[in-house]
Design a protein around this ligand. Structure first.
Ligand code: GDG
Length: 486
C-alpha cells in the first residue's frame, strides 16, 4: 500500500485535486523520496532540494504543478498534493529506466556533453525509449497546464519535451534549463540524433544554460546544423509559413538556497560536530575535503593522484594533513560508474597502504551519502575544499562550501572547467589535467595565510550570497515573462 507524507509531519494530508496549473515544472524526478518504515510499509516524503526551494514561492503564488518520475520502476501513482503543489507522477517501466534513463540520458548524453571523458554509447533502442518517455512527460505537462500558462522543463533527460509540449499546446510559454554543459560543435556532431535534439530544445521560448560558453556552443550548433538565423542570443525559428518565432538562448548560472546552509553553519551542535570530526582524525594541521557524486566527470582520480604525489614527494606529511573524500554512490548500474569505483578505490587503498600510520590516515574515503547536517559539519571542518572536476555544468558543492564559511576562513581550489569558475574568481584556479599545477595549487591552499584566505573568502561569499537560487529563478522567469509580452 502506498501513501504519502508531507515533509512536515504535522501538515495534514490533502486529497488529490489536480486542476489546471498556471505554472508547471517538468523534471526527470519528482521532489519525493520513497521511505520504507520498520514494518515494511512504503511511504513517500517530499525532499525539498534547491530547485524546489527556488520555485516554491512562485508555485504557491500561482497554481503550480510538478511533473516527474517518482524514482522507482513500475510504480503507478495517482497525482497528489504536497505543500501546496500538485505532483504529477510519470510511470517508467524497468526497461524504460534501463534504456531512457541509465542508457540514453546517462550513458549517451551525459558523457557526450561532458566532453567525452568517457565514451558515449549510441544505441538506437535507447533513443527510441528516450523519444517515448519524453512524449509521456510532455503529454502529462500538456494535460495539466492552464490556458496560456507556463511550462518550465529541466535538463538533459527531457530535451525533446519543449517541442512536444509546443505541438500539443501552442498557447503556453515554454522555458528549458540545461543543468549540464553543452558541448562544442565538433563533439556534438557525433550524436546520431543531433538535429532532432536541437529541434526538441528549440520548442522552448527561453533556453537557459549555466555558462555563456554553453549558450555559444548551442547557438553554433543551431546555425551550422539547422541553418537558422542567429542574432545575439536570439534565434529565428521558421514557422513553415514564411514567418518565424524568436527563441532566446543564454546563460543563467544556477546557485544554491543559501538560507539552510547559513542556519546550519551557525548551529552549535553542527560546530561541535565539526570539532569532533577534526579530533577523530587526530587534529591534523590541515583537513582537505572532496565531496562529489562518484562520477567520472568530477576529477576524483586526478585529485587523489596529486595528493598522493605530494605525500610521496614529502611536501605533505600524513601527520599534518588528511584528505576526506565523500564519494556518494551514483548510477551504479551504468558500467562506466562501476569501473570508476574500482579505479578510485584501488588508488585510495594504495595511497593509504603506502602512507598511513597506526594513528593517521592519508585519505578518509567515504562511499556513502550523508544528511545535510553532516555535510555542513564536514564543510566547517575543512580548511581546503578541492573541486577538481574535468567538466561540470556549475558545481554546487563549491558554492555550499563558501556559504558555510561564515568566519571567512578556508580555501577553495576550483577547476576552471566548472561553471562555478566563471563567477568564483577568487578561488585558487586549477587545470586538473595538469597534475604538477594541481599539486602546486594544493600547496598554495594549504600554506595560504589567514589574511589572504579572508580577503578571498569575503569576495567569494559576497558573490554567492548575492546570487542565490532565488536570484537565478527570478532572472529566468523574468526572461520568460519578457517573451510573453513580446
Ligand atoms: C548537476 C550538474 C550542476 C552530494 N553528496 C551528498 C549530497 N550531495 C549534494 C551536494 C550538492 C549536490 O548533491 C551535487 O550538486 P553538484 O552541482 O555538485 O553536482 P551534480 O550532482 O553533478 O549536479 C552540476 C547541478 O546539476 C545543478 O544545476 O551544478 O554541474 O552536474 O548539493 O551537496 N548531499 C547530501 N549528502 C551527500 O552525501 N545531503
Amino acid at each position: 500500500m502506498t501513501r504519502f507524507l508531507d515533509s512536515l509531519e504535522e501538515t495534514p494530508r490533502e486529497e488529490p485535486s489536480v486542476t489546471a496549473a498556471d505554472f508547471v515544472v517538468v523534471a526527470n524526478r519528482l521532489p519525493v523520496d520513497r521511505v520504507v518504515g520498520p514494518d515494511g510499509e512504503e511511504t513517500w516524503r517530499t525532499s525539498p532540494g534547491g530547485l524546489v526551494a527556488a520555485l516554491e514561492p512562485m508555485m504557491r503564488s500561482v497554481h503550480g504543478a510538478w511533473v516527474g518520475w517518482p524514482g522507482q520502476a513500475d510504480v503507478e501513482l495517482e497525482p497528489f498534493e504536497a505543500d501546496g503543489i500538485d505532483l504529477i507522477p510519470v510511470a517508467l517501466s524497468a526497461d524504460e529506466v534501463a534504456d531512457y534513463y541509465e542508457g540514453f540520458a546517462n550513458d549517451t548524453i551525459w558523457p557526450l556533453y561532458h566532453d567525452v571523458i568517457a565514451p558515449p554509447q549510441y544505441h538506437r533502442e535507447w533513443w527510441e525509449a528516450y523519444v517515448i518517455v519524453n512524449r509521456r512527460f510532455a503529454e502529462a505537462a500538456a494535460a495539466v497546464v492552464a490556458k496560456d500558462g507556463t511550462v518550465w522543463v529541466h535538463d538533459y533527460q527531457l530535451q525533446l519535451v519543449p517541442q512536444m509540449v509546443r505541438e500539443l499546446r501552442p498557447d503556453v510559454t515554454i522555458g528549458y534549463f540545461h543543468h549540464i554543459p553543452f558541448p562544442a560543435h565538433g563533439l556534438y556532431a557525433q550524436l546520431p540524433w543531433r538535429d532532432q535534439v536541437l529541434r526538441g530544445l528549440l520548442g522552448a521560448d527561453v533556453i537557459g544554460f549555466q555558462r555563456a560558453q554553453d549558450a555559444t556552443y548551442f547557438l553554433t550548433a543551431v546555425r551550422r546544423r539547422l541553418r537558422y538565423e542567429v542574432k545575439g542570443a536570439g534565434i529565428a525559428i521558421p514557422d513553415g509559413q514564411g514567418g518565424s518565432r524568436t527563441a532566446v538562448a543564454k546563460a543563467f548560472p544556477i546557485s544554491i538556497d543559501t538560507a539552510p546552509y547559513l542556519e546550519l553553519a551557525a548551529r552549535d551542535d553542527i560546530k561541535a560536530r565539526a570539532a569532533e570530526i577534526r579530533a577523530s582524525l587526530g587534529n591534523p594541521k590541515r583537513i582537505l575535503l572532496g565531496v562529489d557524486r562518484l562520477d567520472y566527470t568530477k576529477g576524483i582520480g586526478h585529485r587523489i593522484k596529486a595528493y598522493g604525489e605530494l605525500l610521496e614527494d614529502g611536501r605533505l606529511a600524513v601527520e599534518d594533513v588528511t584528505l576526506i573524500q565523500v564519494a556518494s554512490p551514483s548510477r551504479e548500474r551504468v558500467d562506466a560508474y562501476a569501473h570508476l569505483r574500482d579505479e578510485i578505490e584501488l588508488a585510495v587503498a594504495r595511497i593509504n597502504g603506502d602512507h598511513d600510520t597506526v594513528g593517521h590516515s592519508a585519505i578518509r574515503y567515504l562511499h556513502q551519502g550523508y544528511p545535510r547536517e553532516e555535510m555542513v559539519a564536514l564543510y566547517l571542518a575543512a580548511d581546503v575544499m578541492l573541486v577538481t572536476a574535468l567538466r561540470d555544468g556549475m558545481n554546487l558543492v563549491a558554492k555550499e562550501y563558501i556559504a558555510t564559511r561564515t568566519d571567512n576562513h578556508g580555501v577553495l581550489v576550483l577547476s576552471e572547467f566548472t561553471g562555478a569558475a566563471d563567477e568564483l574568481r577568487q578561488a585558487v584556479r586549477v587545470n586538473p589535467h595538469d597534475i604538477a599545477g594541481l599539486k602546486d595549487a594544493i600547496m598554495e591552499a594549504v600554506e595560504m595565510s589567514p589574511a589572504e584566505q579572508s580577503r578571498r573568502m569575503r569576495a567569494l561569499r559576497r558573490r554567492v550570497l548575492d546570487n542565490d537560487v532565488n536570484a537565478w529563478s527570478s532572472s529566468f522567469l523574468a526572461a520568460l515573462a519578457d517573451v510573453r509580452t513580446r
